[in-house]
Design a protein around this ligand. Structure first.
Ligand code: RFL
Ligand code: PHB
Length: 399
């Protein structure tokens, strides 16, 4: 039996980048097959992002999967900064001419895209093992992978590496062809998900305290997502639910702390914090997108949004290639993405530095952070800068 197939774009990874790219290409009549290492249920069990920029919501609509976010997403016009035990709302919408962000979980985005892919009868190979790239710098790239004991070959015009930070695509590129920039932060985020009403249903709360950072977010009016900064070598098992809720309350102002509704966690995990960019993002016929090419610390809520805009640029480039016989978009892909990525890297690093307690923060560092936060909430210029980055810069910003 011959186990060789052919498609126009082979996509590695069925996370949000791969699935969204597949949907955008399908709408334009471009064939694609996705190869995913994990099972569908494993992919859906990963609890990650929660805040979508308008650009991302628009892309979900463009891909034909806007219904879920429209029906179940919660629009936020502002965020809140807590420091020195006080709350300070920042009306990001009025500072940006009416732009908003939407609270809608990455798990739901992924599920909507998976359902849409199944309805459209597009092929996704789950539990594809030993995915290996071949000849991506020639005009005939291919991929081999195993399902059970059988080895399959997928030939394609292009390969899209949407396989996340630990994926095979970036790792397949020789070290001397790629430049990596990285900063690892000396702490992590301990997050819990609980079926309790969110303490702040209309604004994500970012709290700076001398005990460390805390964040209050949500997935719906009955499901909350909270985080506290923790040591990078901390273990989930050391945190009972009670301990978590106590620590969270200690990092918020007294009013907010008294309003927290606690309950049993349905998920609890620790995420490391990292800034990372790999340049370039194109190697012959291999294109990296999303976390495969870059990571931001979650403080600015930019990771999933950047993945979505990479994929927008990449789908536009492939559409130009197939429909207009132009390679201009493909040639410009990496440069175009990296401009937007470095702006988001800068913003996420800045907000992380401002809000967290570092090993050398000390009394002086804490006072300087509070001084900057006080300046920020009272300065129209600084608040506007925060707001325009938070809601997301326009897709063609600076072009
Ligand atoms: P993903 O989601 O990691 O998906 C990659 C997929 O590739 C598969 N894969 C392979 N498949 C085949 N062969 C291989 N060899 C493979 N290796 C890997 C994997 O199984 C997986 O299914 O990357 P993608 O699609 O680029 O999506 C990126 C986002 O997941 C990520 O940027 C966000 O979650 C970041 N993030 C946030 N982003 C936001 O925009 N807003 C937020 O509010 C936000 N909050 C967060 C976050 C990330 C967090 N963590 C856990 C790091 C909060 C947290 C806590
Ligand atoms: C989340 O809801 O998981 C979330 C929200 C805002 C962030 C990061 C994560 O900045």
């Amino acid at each position: 039996m011959k186990l060789t197939k052919r498609t126009q774009v082979a996509i590695i990874g069925a996370g949000p980048s791969g699935l969204l790219l597949g949907a955008l290409l399908h709408r334009a009549g471009i064939d694609n097959i996705i190869l995913e290492r994990q099972s569908p249920s494993y992919v859906l069990s990963r609890i990650r992002a929660g805040i979508l920029e308008q650009v991302t919501v628009d892309l979900l609509h463009e891909a034909g999967v806007g219904f879920g976010v429209d029906t179940h997403g919660t629009v936020h016009h502002s965020i809140e900064l807590v420091f020195k035990n006080e709350r300070h709302p920042i009306d990001v919408s009025s500072l940006t001419g009416g732009k908003v962000v939407t609270a809608y979980g990455q798990t739901e985005v992924t599920k909507d895209l998976m359902d849409h892919r199944a309805l459209s009868e597009l092929e996704t190979v789950y539990e594809a093992a030993d995915v290996t790239l071949h000849d991506y710098d020639s005009s005939n790239p291919s991929i081999t992978y195993k399902v059970g004991n059988e080895t399959h070959t997928l030939q394609a015009d292009f390969i899209a590496g949407c396989d996340g930070f630990h994926g095979v695509c970036r790792a397949s590129v020789p070290k001397n062809s790629i430049q990596e920039y990285e900063k690892v932060y000396p702490f992590g985020w301990l997050g819990i998900l609980a079926d309790v009403p969110p303490v702040s249903p209309h604004a994500i709360v970012y709290a700076n305290s001398d005990r460390g950072f805390a964040l209050c977010s949500m997935r719906s009016m009955t499901r909350s997502r909270y985080y506290v900064q923790c040591p990078m070598d901390d273990k989930v098992e050391s945190w009972s639910d009670d301990l978590f809720w106590e620590e969270l309350k200690k990092r918020l102002d007294p009013e907010l702390a008294s309003q927290i509704v606690t309950g049993p966690s349905i998920e609890k995990s620790i995420a490391p914090l990292r800034s990372f960019v790999a340049e370039p993002m194109r190697f012959g016929r291999l294109f990296l997108a999303g976390d495969a090419a870059h990571i931001v610390p979650p403080t600015g809520a930019k990771g999933l949004n950047l993945a979505a805009t990479d994929v927008k640029y990449l789908s536009t480039a492939f559409i130009e290639y197939y429909k207009e016989k132009s390679s201009a978009g493909i040639d410009n892909y990496s440069t175009r993405c990296l401009k937007r990525i470095w702006r988001a890297e800068r913003f996420s690093w800045w907000l992380t530095s401002l809000m967290h307690r570092f090993p050398d923060t000390g009394g002086f560092g804490q006072k300087v952070q509070e001084g900057e936060l006080d300046y920020l909430v009272h300065s129209q210029a600084l608040s506007t800068s925060l707001a325009e980055n938070y809601v997301g810069l326009p897709l063609n910003f600076g072009e």
